[in-house]
Design a protein around this ligand. Structure first.
Ligand SMILES: Cc1cc2nc3c(=O)[nH]c(=O)nc-3n(C[C@H](O)[C@H](O)[C@H](O)COP(=O)(O)OP(=O)(O)OC[C@H]3O[C@@H](n4cnc5c(N)ncnc54)[C@H](O)[C@@H]3O)c2cc1C
Length: 478
């Protein structure tokens, strides 16, 4: 006889995305079961996490544990573009992220989920979920030597990294392989990560421990058409040997096991449907060039937790919540593709190889983006609201629910927006007296918001074409 486990939400996968959404949903009072196919600590490519990781860790309540785990502080990487001298961001602009050993980092997140009340089962592999007669789900899981059970849930969260179901992420850029290894026994302590562009590949190395680093070569799969160990070994060493900076860091260091994994940008067709959510890499797998995979996985999981909570607590708002999440994931993908293409473009102007040509698809500005300089706004020209601007209902997150608020929309936008930071934009614009200079408008807005926020809002609205300047510019900037 088949045994059943009953839960509100079944999370498949215990990586950063799965652990985060499970943790948040348990905190909202739902019963959550999480199945992880491996037994932790499990291997993942060690990661460099930018400073934006800190507010995300705060939101899950793990900041102190991560800060106490002795990971190495990450400063801006040294970037080596072709024909350039190696450079870094200036110290003042630099904020500190982390270089993390993923086995330990992921284990801390999963432990925190268990402490929040999530029932976690490690070494449990889920198979494809099927709908039951009540609109919920039944998912078989296998664990132990030969044990198996079925999980019955209202909601499924696919946090499997994208390997679970058909309809999972498909390719959104050229196929890329990562060939990587840890190097230890370095002659000196590595201080920063290095990002280096070579003619047919790009390279990344980052410190992961005392006198220890990870070095990754991102290449086209055809370079490894002979997939035996010795071919992989010699290709990897030959690539690193040609590098301008990384090769010299590795002199006399000891090479550990060389591994390979897929590093292609991928995205699911749909990120959410009724009772089913994809989070992390199962929804959006970013090009590792961005070093944003883990933060984006956690951010998507935090948002998806609110979507799942809305489905359970306010079922009448489910489709609005699903569309909201789907739009946010599509925006993340669009922004990522534009940013990577502009980086790749810079390199492609120096290297004419197929590797860079394929990766430097044309870099378009966002639709509707205003291209004239923002400085034009800082004049005594007369400011008008664009005649095409409309006010309509928008979905927003408030607390742990998706709700409707009045938003602003231009015809070319996918969806209306309700807030710019703390500013509810539609009420602000509806109460603004236009046909005046921007200085006069900012004085009016300053009664409700600090001046720097008023200027940021004005600049954003200008760039997006929501504000228009009419009349002659006669005086210098305000
Ligand atoms: C070469 C490379 C370098 C990278 N470098 C960085 C970096 O420097 N910085 C950064 O932020 N990101 C980096 N990333 C991206 C980052 O690794 C991912 O974005 C991140 O791991 C996504 O987290 P996740 O929880 O969605 O998926 P994962 O971490 O893949 O977790 C998914 C989990 O689901 C489990 N699972 C799978 N199938 C099942 C099943 N059927 N049943 C139960 N469990 C299952 C898996 O065992 C796994 O533990 C890099 C990626 C690559 C490939």
């Amino acid at each position: 006889m088949t045994s059943f486990l009953q839960t509100d939400i079944f999370v498949i996968g215990g990586g950063p995305a799965g652990a985060t959404i499970a943790n948040r949903l348990a905190g909202m009072g739902h019963s959550v079961l999480l199945a992880e196919a491996t037994v932790f600590p499990r291997h993942r490519v060690d990661a460099s996490l930018p400073a934006i990781i800190w507010p995300l860790l705060d939101a899950i309540g793990v900041t102190e544990r991560i800060a106490g785990a002795q990971f190495i502080p990450a400063r801006a990487p040294i970037v080596v573009w072709p024909h350039d001298r190696a450079s870094t961001l200036s110290e003042e602009r630099e904020q500190t992220g982390l270089y993390v050993e993923r086995a330990r980092f992921d284990a801390i997140l999963l432990e925190a989920a268990a402490l929040a009340g999530v029932h976690t089962i490690e070494g449990a592999r889920a198979s494809r979920p099927v709908r039951d007669e009540n609109g919920g789900w039944r998912t078989p899981i296998k664990f132990g030597a030969n044990q198996q059970t079925v999980v019955s849930s209202h909601i499924i969260v696919d946090a499997s990294g994208g390997r679970l179901l058909p309809g999972a992420p498909s390719r959104r850029g050229p196929t890329t392989l990562a060939v990587f290894a840890r190097w230890d026994n370095l002659s000196r302590e590595p201080q920063r990560a290095i990002l280096e562009a070579c003619e047919n590949e790009w390279l990344w190395c980052a410190p992961v421990g005392p006198r220890e680093l990870i070095a990754i070569a991102f290449i086209e799969p055809k370079r490894l058409s002979r997939c035996d160990r010795s071919a992989i070994h010699s290709t990897y060493l030959e690539i690193l040997g040609r590098s301008r900076l990384i090769g010299s860091v590795l002199v006399d260091a000891r090479l550990n096991e060389i591994r390979i994994c897929d590093a292609t940008c991928r995205a699911a067709e749909t990120h959410a449907e009724l009772g089913y959510l994809r989070v992390g890499d199962a929804s959006l797998k970013l090009d590792p060039l961005s070093s944003q995979g883990v933060p984006v996985a956690i951010a998507s999981a935090l948002q998806a937790a609110v979507i799942a909570n809305t489905m359970l607590r306010k079922p009448q708002s489910s489709s609005m919540a699903i569309n909201f999440y789907d739009d946010r994931q599509r925006e993340r993908l669009g922004a990522h593709i534009r940013k990577s293409a502009s980086l790749y473009n810079k390199v492609a102007s120096h290297f004419s190889s197929q590797f860079w040509k394929e990766r430097s698809a044309s870099h378009e500005p966002e639709p509707g983006e205003h291209l004239s300089p923002v400085a034009a706004l800082r004049t005594d020209g007369i400011i008008e609201l664009a005649s095409s601007a409309r006010f309509e209902e928008a979905a927003v997150i408030e607390g742990d629910l998706v709700v409707q608020r009045l938003g602003l929309r231009l015809p070319e936008w996918r969806a209306p927006i309700a807030y710019l930071g703390p500013v509810a934009i539609a009420p602000l614009l509806q109460s603004t007296t236009f046909s005046r200079s921007l200085a006069a408008i900012i004085i009016e807005w300053r009664q409700s918001f600090p001046e720097d926020i008023c200027w940021s809002v004005a600049h954003w609205l200008w760039r997006k074409g929501v504000l228009e300047v009419r009349g002659k510019r006669t005086t210098p900037p305000v």
